[in-house]
Structure formats: structure tokens, C-alpha cells
Ligand binder design. Structure first.
Ligand code: ZN
Length: 234
């Protein structure tokens, strides 16, 4: 029978693993950032799961306010909508890698993980002309083999300081949540797609951007891509 100490150790190990897999500050499964410097009134808007048919609506809102963002694209969606993927890069936004088919990396083999990242990297490079340097893990889940795959592809992981839950909550709730969480160096996570769904309903996300960007500009925040947020001198 397990002793109390063994049970406590097992509990600690499982909570450690949970943090290692999903914790925003964890770097156990690969180099990763989750926020920028706290000494500048600068933050980053990030969008995952695109491109989708609705991405141009978000691009138009960002253009209206002259705000750059970072789009973590899925290779499958890039292959499906290459012109929209390219438009994101042409508008001056940064494009990151969000895997090819948006799987949970949990329990995958190292070679399957590398293939997911590499296929997305190739698809994004082919269609947008830019090779991502940032990777956001689907569902924020990292696993054994990811560190090596990131190293081979020269990718750094990016988590977030606050996630918007824009796939499940109302726009007013998402805006309130992100506004309350805005701070120097914040990385805010929204979604211009819904995993691999075609014609996804992202009206909440569009409405969130429409309301959130002017609110944060009024508060004196400047928006940056992840690259410029993390390395302001570049
Ligand atoms: Zn995602």
C-alpha cells in the first residue's frame, strides 16, 4: 500500500506535469515566453486558428486603428485559404506557427510533433513568404519532443498572459476580461478561426476587436507584434 509520503509525491508529480504541459510560464517542453517587458506600456494582440473566411474583417479593423498583431496560423487553414493567409502578412502583421492540424500534442511521438510543426512551417512559408519564428501550441499543450522540434525549426514558444475565451463567451464578457487584464507586456489571446472549421462563427471575436482596440488605445497602450514586444530594440 502506498504511504502518505508516496501519495503526496505522486500528487506533486502530477501537478508538476500539469504545469509543465499547460502552465503559461513553463519551459520544460521547450523555450517559451508568455509576456513582454513590464516597463513599457506595450502589449500584443494574438489570434490563433486562422486564417478563416472572417480574418479579413479583423484585418480591416486593425488597419482602421493602425494596430499590428500576431496571427498563429494552422497549416491546414493556410492551404485552404492561401490568399487570406498571405493578406495577413501583406498587411504587416506577424505570422506564427500553430501546428498543421491543431492536434493535442499530449502523448504524441516526437516525430509526429516535429511533422506537425514542419508541415505548418512549410505551408506558411510557401503561401505568405515569411518563415515563422514563434510557435503557439494548440490548446496550450506541450509535450516531450516539442523542445527538439522547436530547436530544429528555430521556433520559440509563445503562451499568453490572458486568454479571451472568445469561442465560448459573449463579446462584452471577453472585452471586460481582456480590459481588466491589460497591463504592460501583456499577451492577449483571441481566435480568428475555430480550429480547422470552415466558415467558423467568429462574430464574438470580431466584435471584441472592434470594442477592445479603441479602449486600450485610449488607456495609452501601444500594440506590437510578438517579435517587437519581446525584443523592443529590433
Ligand atoms: Zn488553437
Amino acid at each position: 500500500m502506498a504511504t502518505l509520503a508516496q501519495l503526496a509525491a505522486a500528487g506533486a508529480a502530477s501537478s508538476f506535469m500539469a504545469w509543465a504541459v499547460r502552465g503559461r510560464s513553463a519551459q520544460i517542453f521547450g523555450r517559451s515566453v508568455w509576456r513582454g517587458p513590464r516597463n513599457l506600456p506595450t502589449l500584443a494582440l494574438t489570434f490563433d486558428d486562422g486564417p478563416s473566411e472572417a480574418t479579413p474583417q479583423i484585418l480591416d479593423l486593425l488597419s482602421e486603428y493602425r494596430v499590428p498583431a500576431t496571427f498563429f496560423q494552422c497549416g491546414h487553414n493556410v492551404d485552404r485559404l492561401p490568399a487570406i493567409a498571405r493578406l495577413v502578412a501583406e498587411r504587416g502583421h506577424e505570422v506564427g506557427n500553430h501546428s498543421y492540424s491543431h492536434p493535442y500534442l499530449f502523448l504524441r511521438t516526437p516525430s509526429a510533433i516535429e511533422t506537425e510543426l514542419r508541415r505548418a512551417q512549410d505551408s506558411i512559408a510557401n503561401h505568405t513568404g515569411t518563415s515563422p519564428v514563434w510557435f503557439r501550441a494548440p490548446f496550450g499543450v506541450r509535450w516531450f519532443g516539442l523542445a527538439a522540434a522547436q530547436r530544429k525549426l528555430q521556433l520559440t514558444g509563445v503562451m499568453w498572459s490572458t486568454i479571451g475565451y472568445d469561442w465560448s463567451r459573449r463579446a462584452d464578457e471577453v472585452v471586460a476580461r481582456l480590459t481588466a487584464a491589460a497591463s504592460n507586456g501583456a499577451i492577449l489571446c483571441l481566435h480568428d478561426g475555430r480550429e480547422l472549421g470552415e466558415n467558423p462563427d467568429v462574430r464574438t471575436t470580431v466584435e471584441t476587436v472592434r470594442r477592445l482596440v479603441p479602449l486600450l488605445l485610449d488607456r495609452g497602450y501601444k500594440f506590437e507584434t510578438i517579435g517587437r514586444l519581446i525584443c523592443p530594440k529590433i
